[in-house]
Design a protein around this ligand. Structure first.
Ligand SMILES: Nc1ncnc2c1ncn2[C@@H]1O[C@H](COP(=O)(O)OP(=O)(O)OP(=O)(O)O)[C@@H](O)[C@H]1O
Ligand SMILES: Nc1ccn([C@@H]2O[C@H](COP(=O)(O)O)[C@@H](O)[C@H]2O)c(=O)n1
Length: 665
């Protein structure tokens, strides 16, 4: 997951490959609650691991539910309708799929509870659900604004519940109110039938189908009369199904379906969700086909590729796919005419006001957008009209994910996504998954070259961290080659050049969490001695060794970008890098820094010998015949002799920012 303040997506050109998506949020949180309420133990497979499911799991643990791991699965011992705790304060973040059903379940289960969330959760309506529960005799107080969380739920007895008359609940603001009642009321139906009547036109019906489907798997079969009346039979009781599998998230699939439709390249294969899905958002496939995407499917897979191009404009009542429809709003930029998404008023009460957010951010890309209380119309963008934009994400995972598709624009503009970590709500590895299938010929690279101990590695690591980029310590490759040479009993001379080059070509090398592994042995410390540095310098002067390591170094150039440090990053390995920095510091400073560094690691060293070593190394590195140490003609020179690490990082980031075409957020 990217925890950087922003993530820059370079212009993307094509995409192909296979993605396996995380579990559905809607199914995951319903299954967790049902497993907790049921009798017996449930083993949940393929559960989504995200902010919203963590919030639900924490709440269930606080209520006394025992939850453990069983391999990759989760084992939940059901409470069988009996809470083990009589009071709790539950923080539910911005998870509507936790706040609404827990409100209903806890109101019936008896006890004193406080339910709160992040500020946005306190702006998301819950009054219609509370009204329905109060009709039943439940006792709930608003702790802030009437109609919104936070809530105080007070103890009551199930016997006192008034369920003789049908319970009325509004269905036209959020279908989660009805879902909450459907999940909670079987707790009170042991001896009596309970009827729920929906007031107003029920929105997002497919989510209710998910609820009914999962209730049935936990032993409660609800009778549905149209979409107006739902009857929970007398004698209903939750029983664990034993094992249950969560299918992949169909809303998350929408980004990769769109990717297949937009990007050049072979097929995008999506695994974990397909034609047999119980999720309403699978119907996004119909909308994508309507826009021209070629989609094939099997029970739990989809294969998508570009069909019509440009995409075909649509006019769609998107009420049945409210979450996935946001993706259509970005696809509309690539259409042959304006696209209209209608009947989407529920967007306004989601993680943010999504109609407003989408309109604002699409306009930043250059699009003409019209919006109203329950619709958005997006006009396509010609190649000349796209602008590089900094996309605000409003702490809304779906805004972040769907705007990543704008990086495929024909103008070759990058897209900056602010607060990319918001995808943690449902798809923590979204961007990594996107990068595993997206392709571009121009992955951005920042090169930092310079003499020994000038601080290249420190600066490069910090810069890569700030940008969410990969990092290449090219010196470590020469150091490992030097070590392998020693272990093979060779000398760094022309007579052994071919043998050492062969060793370099076949290095069984892996970089894992900051460790350098050679044939599974951790050699991170062994390659950091001054002697290892000298050996590295000697082998690096052999042309065949440099040639042998070239492809390996280039292979580090992966999305979203790379910061590479060494001696010839800007001159030889990545001559097309957008920013090249040549970092220097005076020799006495460098010797002092290296001295401190070694002493802090418990490695004995003297200042004089260190200075002599580093000057000898610089001399050899600068005077060799191939790829000598020198600034690239287009490098920025940075002398950090009197700078702190933070100041050098700031300088490099400022140069990088200067080279970007983004306006302000
Ligand atoms: N601007 C700076 N101010 C003070 N100390 C620094 C600065 N930059 C780096 N250092 C310190 O200097 C030491 C050497 O830095 P670093 O290992 O990054 O250098 P390097 O150029 O990558 O070395 P090598 O050439 O051996 O790979 C580290 O202990 C680091 O913390
Ligand atoms: N691109 C590079 C990187 C390093 N070298 C040689 O390796 C030695 C060790 O490098 P460190 O950065 O880890 O100190 C260095 O002295 C160079 O001789 C290189 O040639 N090219």
């Amino acid at each position: 997951m990217y925890s950087t303040p922003f993530l820059d997506l370079p212009p993307l050109e094509a995409a192909s490959g296979t993605v396996r998506l995380p579990g559905s949020k809607s199914i995951s949180n319903r299954v967790l609650l049902l497993a907790a309420l049921a009798g017996g133990t449930t083993t949940v497979h393929d559960l989504l691991d995200s902010d919203d499911t963590r919030v639900m799991l924490n709440a269930l643990s606080a209520l006394g539910c025992r939850i453990g791991r069983e391999g990759a699965a989760l084992r939940i011992e059901g409470l069988d309708g009996q809470l083990r705790t009589a009071s709790a304060k539950l923080f539910l973040g911005n998870a509507g799929t936790a706040m609404r059903p827990l409100t209903a379940a806890l109101a019936l289960l008896g006890g004193e509870f406080e339910l709160s969330g992040v500020p946005r959760m306190h702006e998301r309506p819950i009054g219609d659900l509370v009204d329905a529960l109060v009709q039943l005799g439940c006792r709930i107080d608003y702790l802030g604004n009437p109609g919104y969380p936070p809530l105080a739920i007070h103890a009551m007895s199930l016997d006192a519940l008034q369920v003789d008359a049908p319970i009325r609940v509004r269905g036209d603001v959020s279908s989660q109110f009805l879902t909450a009642l459907l999940l909670a009321l079987p707790l009170a139906s042991a001896s009596r039938e309970i009827t729920i009547d929906v007031v107003g036109e029920l929105i997002s019906k497919p989510y209710i189908e998910i609820t009914l489907n999962l209730l049935a798997r936990f032993g409660v079969v609800v009778r549905r009369q149209g979409w107006e009346r739902f009857v929970i039979p007398a004698g209903s009781r939750y029983r664990s199904p034993g094992d249950i599998h969560v299918e992949a998230d169909a809303s998350s699939a929408s980004y990769f379906i769109a990717l297949g439709a937009i990007a050049r390249g072979d097929v995008i294969r999506i695994e974990g969700v397909g034609a047999d899905s119980i999720q309403g958002d699978i119907r996004f496939v119909e909308a994508a086909r309507q826009m021209g995407a070629k989609v094939e499917s099997g029970p739990n897979w989809l294969a998508v590729s570009r069909g019509a191009w440009p995409l075909k404009a649509i006019d769609l009542d998107a009420n049945h796919i409210p979450d996935a429809a946001m993706t259509l709003a970005v696809m509309a930029l690539y259409a042959d005419g304006p696209c209209l998404l209608r009947n989407i008023a529920s967007w306004r009460v989601k993680e943010t006001d999504r109609i407003e957010a989408m309109a604002q951010e699409l306009r930043k890309l250059g699009a003409t957008v019209e919006d109203g209380p329950d619709f958005i119309r997006v006009h396509p963008l010609g190649a000349a009209s796209w602008r590089a934009a900094t996309i605000r994400t409003y702490d809304d995972h779906r805004v972040a994910m769907c705007f990543s598709l704008a990086a495929f624009n024909p103008a070759g503009m990058p897209v900056r996504i602010l607060d990319p970590h918001c995808v943690a709500k449902t798809f923590p590895d979204y961007f990594e998954t996107l990068f595993s299938v997206a392709q571009t010929a121009d992955v951005p690279v920042i090169c930092i070259d310079g003499p020994t101990a000038s601080g290249k590695g420190t600066l490069a690591v910090a810069t890569a961290y700030q940008l969410g980029y990969h990092y290449l310590d090219s010196g470590s490759l020469y150091r490992v080659t030097g070590l392998a040479m020693r272990r093979a009993g060779l000398e760094a001379d022309a007579a052994h050049e071919a043998q050492i080059a062969e060793l370099a070509r076949q290095l069984p090398l892996r970089f894992i969490k900051g460790q350098v592994l050679l044939d599974d042995e951790d050699v991170s410390d062994a390659i950091r001695t001054e002697a290892a540095g000298m050996d590295a310098s000697r082998v690096s002067a052999l042309p065949a060794v440099r040639a042998a390591l070239l492809a390996l170094q280039k292979s580090f150039r992966r999305l979203p970008g790379l910061v590479a440090d060494g001696r010839d990053m800007g001159t030889v390995v990545f001559p097309d890098a957008r920013l090249k920095v040549y970092l220097t510091a005076n020799a006495s400073q460098r010797a002092e820094r290296r001295h401190k560094q070694l002493i802090s690691k418990g490695i004995p060293a003297t200042l004089d010998s260190l200075r002599a070593d580093l000057e000898a190394r610089d001399q050899r590195d600068s005077s060799r015949s191939v790829a000598p140490l020198k600034p690239a003609p287009d490098a920025r020179l940075l002398d950090n002799s009197s700078q702190s690490v933070e100041q050098s990082v700031e300088q490099v980031l400022a140069w990088w920012q200067e080279a970007q075409p983004f306006g302000s957020a």
